[in-house]
Write a protein that binds this ligand. Structure first.
Ligand code: ZN
Length: 322
C-alpha cells in the first residue's frame, strides 16, 4: 500500500511540468486581448472576495453594539444618567400597554417642551460607594419574574447635601444602614447625580407603592423586608437649613423655586406618569418617614406639565403629533 501510494505521488509530480507547459501553450496561442480579459476577471473575483471578507469583519462589532443596546432597554424607563442628557422621543415600553395584535395602536409618550429646553440647571456627579447600592433584579427571591413599571420617589435630605453625599460615599457593611439616592437637588437647584439610574438605589426600605395596578413591592433580599427600590428612581431635595438635623418636626420653610424647577426638569425627561410619582412618606410601611416635608405638589406638577406634554405616537406610520 505504502509503495503504491508513493508511486502515485511520483507520477503526479512528473505530470506537473506537463500541465504547466499545456497552460503556457494555451496562453501562447491566445491573443493578448483575451489573455488580458482573463487576468482582469481573476483580479475582479479576488477583489470581490476581499471586499466580502472586510464587510464580514466590520459586521462583528456592530452586532455587539446592538446586543448591548437591547440589554439597555431593561432600564431605559428610568432617567438618563448623563450629565447632559440627550432628548429623544421614547416609545412607551411594551409592558406598559398589554397590547393586542393591532398594527394601528396609538401610544402616548411624553415629550419635552420649548420651556424645558430654555431651562439649564447646573450639574454635579459623585461616585457612591458600591456597598450602598445594588443591581436591579429581574426575578424576586422566589424566582418570580419582575416587570414593574418605574416609579419616582421624592425625599428630602434632612441635612446638608454634603453630609448626605459623605454618608453615601462611606462603605457600610450593615445592610440595614446602607442607603442612597439616584439624585439630589440642592437649594441652589444644582442636579447632583449619584447612583446610576440602571442600578437599584437603597432609598426606601420596607415600602410598598399603592397604584392603579394594586399594591406593588419586591423582595430581593431574604433578610430584608420587601421594598419599592427595585423599580424606583429616588430623588431627594436638600432640606432648608432651618430644619437640618431636626427629627420631630412636621414642617419647615420649604424648598426654593430653583429646586422645583430642577426637579421638574429632571423628571420631565422620564416617561414615568404623574400617578407613579410618589413620596417616601406615601410608600413607607412603618409610617415613620414623613419626607419630603412642606412639599408643594401642585407647584411641582404645574412646573412639570410646562416642561413635558403628552403626545400620541402612532405605530402605524411613526408619526408624532400633538
Ligand atoms: Zn426619604
Amino acid at each position: 500500500m505504502v509503495m503504491f501510494h508513493a508511486k502515485t505521488q511520483r507520477s503526479k509530480a512528473a505530470k506537473l511540468p506537463e500541465v504547466i507547459l499545456a497552460i503556457l501553450s494555451v496562453f501562447r496561442n491566445m491573443k493578448f486581448r483575451a489573455w488580458a480579459t482573463r487576468v482582469l476577471l481573476i483580479f475582479l473575483v479576488l477583489a470581490a472576495l476581499i471586499v466580502t471578507l472586510f464587510i464580514g469583519g466590520a459586521r462583528q462589532p456592530q452586532n455587539q453594539t446592538n446586543s448591548r443596546n437591547s440589554l439597555d432597554k431593561s432600564w431605559n424607563q428610568y432617567l438618563p444618567s448623563q450629565l447632559q442628557s440627550v432628548l429623544t422621543i421614547k416609545k412607551k415600553e411594551k409592558i406598559f400597554t398589554p397590547s393586542p395584535a393591532n398594527n394601528h395602536q396609538i401610544n402616548l409618550v411624553y415629550t419635552t417642551t420649548k420651556e424645558f429646553s430654555k431651562y439649564q440647571p447646573d450639574f454635579k456627579q459623585f461616585r457612591v460607594d458600591p456597598s450602598n447600592y445594588g443591581d436591579r433584579y429581574t426575578v424576586d427571591i422566589h424566582g418570580l419574574p419582575l416587570n414593574n413599571q418605574a416609579i419616582i420617589v421624592l425625599h428630602e435630605t434632612s441635612n446638608s447635601v454634603s453630609s448626605a453625599i459623605n454618608f453615601f460615599q462611606t462603605p457600610h457593611d450593615d445592610e440595614s444602614v446602607q442607603a442612597s439616592y439616584h439624585a439630589i437637588i440642592t437649594l441652589q437647584g444644582t442636579v447632583v447625580y449619584l447612583v446610576p439610574p440602571e442600578k437599584r438605589a437603597f432609598g426606601a426600605g420596607n415600602s410598598v407603592f399603592k397604584g392603579v395596578n394594586g399594591v406593588e413591592t419586591v423582595q430581593t433580599n431574604p433578610s430584608l423586608p420587601p421594598s419599592v427600590n427595585n423599580f424606583a428612581y429616588h430623588v431627594s431635595l436638600e432640606t432648608p437649613p432651618d430644619a437640618w438635623g431636626k427629627n420631630n418636626i412636621d414642617q419647615h420653610s420649604g424648598y426654593t423655586q430653583a429646586q422645583y424647577d430642577s426637579l421638574a426638569w429632571l423628571i420631565a425627561q422620564s416617561q414615568v406618569p404623574d400617578d407613579r410619582i410618589t413620596t417616601h412618606r406615601a410608600v413607607d410601611v412603618a409610617g415613620k418617614k414623613v419626607d419630603p416635608l412642606s412639599f408643594d405638589s401642585s407647584k411641582f406638577f404645574k412646573k412639570l406639565h410646562s416642561f413635558r406634554q403628552f403626545k400620541t405616537f402612532n405605530n402605524a406610520n411613526n408619526n408624532v403629533s400633538e
